[in-house]
Design a binder for this molecule. Sequence first.
Ligand SMILES: *Cc1c(COP(=O)(O)O)cnc(C)c1O
Length: 387
Amino acid sequence: MSDPFQLGQRLQARREQHLYRHRRVLESPQQARIQCDGRALLNFCSNDYLGLARHPYVVQAAQQAAEQFGFGSGASHLVIGHSHLHHELEERLADWVGQPRALLFSSGYMANVGVISALLERGDTVVQDKLNHASLLDGAQLSRARLLRYPHNDLQGLEQRLHQARGRVLVVTDSVFSMDGDLAPLPGISELCQRYDAWLMVDDAHGLGVLGGGHGSLVECGMSPLQVPVYMGTLGKALGTFGAFVAGDETLVEYLIQAARTYIYTTALPPSVAAATLASLDLLVSEAWRIEKLQQLIAQFKQGAHQLGLPLMPSDTAIQPLLLGQSERALQASDALLKQGFLVSAIRPPTVPQNSARLRITLSADHCARDIELLLDALSRAAITQV
Ligand SMILES: *Cc1c(COP(=O)(O)O)cnc(C)c1O
């Protein structure tokens, strides 16, 4: 067959650059000890930070809702797919993050693309941290606004971009950076936004559920949630379910209902997914020990890794990357760990900048102290050293 797009060549180039991606097949629930590609492995790469993805209370809530309301939502929110479970979840989420209202989206990717493209148009400016999640950058492309990027967590760089900005201005940042684990200087960013009359949007995909007592990064940073006009959180990470939401004031949410195309032109989440998330929110309160336990495991890992001289990055969150540099090195380290029964993913460009390939270790309340000891032993045997 002819190959007018040179797909074969393009795949070969990826292989040669150690950038080819393979999928593993998970044969157990998402948890610390998984069955994967026919092997028992200790899992250090999920985003299920609290171990809620398979929690019986969450599963039961989904089952009961499916029995009562069926499975599919059957339509978009604006047609007849918006069930009372979605509605209740929006109210609970708004309440939980301290915002007047919240709007559910089918995924975090869709929320980010939908919000940025609905708020901005040609002539406006969106200012983003260089390490922001791909969905935030894609939203900027789709909006046709001018995209200005500033060096990671650099307030001076941000201020320079704000000087150059024209039209309406939206500043967008991850709270916890997904491949680095560090926290954006949110109070400083918020202050600059106020000074330059820009709106701030915070993507709290990795903060909600684990930071600020589970209420998210704004609470963690001692901010009032009302200082951030556009707050976005995802439900597929610490909350262990699926979907996302955008929270803000009444006007923002009503505007997004009218204008966010990724909200309007898509089928609503199954109501049972909303029921499962309501159950997760219950657990953030009734099993708050999970957040505490995760913090202890993070401290244990950091201390052990430091003693071993591992190339830790400046992170206090459940995302604990080890910086290795070349993609090939990251792949070799990941393979060496896999041979010992540990699943740790090698993150390579374009997900991270050139020459900053890394092992992305994620910890979960589903791990125990012994699991961390085993991981540290395996890392020391894999001979991972400072770059
Ligand atoms: C995972 C993630 C998203 C996307 O959320 P999904 O619900 O998985 O589509 C958006 N932003 C950040 C920072 C993320 O880590």
